[in-house]
Design a protein. Structure first.
Length: 371
């Protein structure tokens, strides 16, 4: 059995950012990924939005790491030539009764340290986006979009340049806590292949199941998981918008919003569809959902024509709170919280995990350094 300083399980955006951080600290992490390539799960099934940090409970990890991560990510993109655009977004109140909600959102954003918002009246918003219907809107200039695939590749490149190694087609199927580290079994081989002094569980949707499978780890330290699928529809034709357009947030998600990719193509979504416990992950988009999307979009874009929505793709949110429960925070559980030296479990890394990835990595580095 080989002994390694450190393993990172999962080569999504968070695992790669963490591996880079640990490589910079001289730990030579081995990144273990069950798929043939990096970023094949949630990290390639999202809106590719760099969030400004408006929505989250003040003081929460989501709020703090989103703001810090956003700033780090813009700098990263600028320094490394990663395609991105600080295009801004409008959050819209489409009838007078929603005006108060917009103001609540603005206050929350200010509490989070987002200090560049502007509350616009209808005419001001329509001067920016003539096709938009609203009674008022909140303009967030520091929201942007990013080529997430290029970002993932740049993280991997930098991690490898500092000593990280990527092993693909390698599923961690069992782990065992022992006196001098954590034994790791790969691809159902009952014999452990590795002894790691430190391990970071960045397995995304599977992180709670993986933590529960660690022999000797207290299962009480593993939260129950819930999953909410989000489907997207793409627009047939050029969108008449140059900024992202969001309705007010809805339970479980941010509402059926319009995002743009860097080629200017528009997509709508994600909606929220809670999965039953044990329901298999199915990323197919049901074309029948187009009717509800159409209805929701007409609220802020009356110009959408029948037949313009084409089924796109879907992602699944790893949630720690179920339907109807208040949104849960990220969990970055290190030795200080569960008592196992050298182990960090990352739970509930849903949105804004892409935006926050570099800040999450900093935090994980600090958790392991302090252990
Ligand atoms: C619909 C949707 C829209 C979103 N939009 C945005 C957005 O616009 N902006 C934003 O900031 N965030 C957004 N997010 C959140 C963001 O995409 C996630 O927070 C982020 O991608 C999580 O990255 P991750 O590395 O934790 O997980 P993942 O990308 O899922 O990576 C986990 C990796 O672990 C691997 N793995 C799992 N189990 C094992 C095992 N046993 N052994 C080896 N490997 C294993 C998986 O194969 C996978 O590659 C969105 C999320 C969703 C679902």
């Amino acid at each position: 059995m080989d002994t390694v300083d450190c393993v990172v399980i999962g080569a999504g955006v968070v695992g790669l950012a963490v591996a880079r951080q640990l490589a910079l600290a001289g730990l030579e992490p081995l990144i273990i990924e069950r798929h043939r390539a990096i970023g094949m799960e949630t990290s390639s099934r999202n809106s590719e939005v760099i969030h400004a940090g408006l929505y989250y409970a003040p003081g929460s990890l989501k709020a703090r790491l989103c703001l810090r991560g956003r700033d780090l990510l813009y700098t990263w993109c600028q320094q490394r030539g990663i395609a991105h655009r600080r295009c801004g977004k409008l959050i819209v109140a489409t009838h007078e009764a929603q005006r108060g909600e917009l103001e609540v959102l603005e206050r929350r954003a200010i509490d989070n340290g987002v200090n560049d918002l502007r509350l616009l009246e209808r005419a001001e918003a329509q001067a920016l986006e003539p096709a938009l219907h609203c009674v008022a809107a909140l303009l967030s200039p520091s929201t942007g979009i990013i080529d997430s695939h290029a970002y993932l590749l740049s993280l991997l490149g930098d991690a490898e340049a500092h000593g990280a190694i990527l092993a693909t087609s390698s599923a961690v199927t069992a782990m065992r806590l022992v006196r001098n580290g954590i034994q790791i079994c790969i691809n159902d081989d009952p014999e452990p292949l590795l002894l790691a002094r430190r391990a970071v569980n960045a397995a995304g949707l599977h992180a709670p199941a993986l933590a529960r499978a660690i022999e000797g780890f207290p299962t009480l330290q593993v939260p129950a998981e819930h999953f909410a699928k989000g489907s997207y529809f793409t627009l047939d034709g050029r969108p008449p918008f140059s900024r992202l357009v969001y309705p007010l947030p809805q339970p479980g998600g941010l509402g059926v919003h319009l995002t743009l990719d860097l080629a200017g193509q528009a997509r709508f979504g994600p909606d929220v569809e809670w999965l039953e416990p044990g329901q298999p992950f199915d990323y197919a988009v049901d074309p029948a959902r187009a009717a509800a999307f159409h209805q929701a979009i007409l609220d802020y874009w009356p110009g959408l024509r029948p037949g313009q929505l084409l089924p796109g793709y879907a992602g699944i949110r790893p949630k720690l709170a179920g339907p109807g429960a208040p949104a849960a925070d990220f969990r970055l559980d290190g030795p200080q919280s569960h008592g196992v030296p050298g182990l960090v479990n990352l739970f509930g890394i849903e949105s804004p995990g892409l935006t926050a990835s570099l800040a999450i990595a900093e935090r994980v580095g600090a958790l392991l350094a302090a252990a």
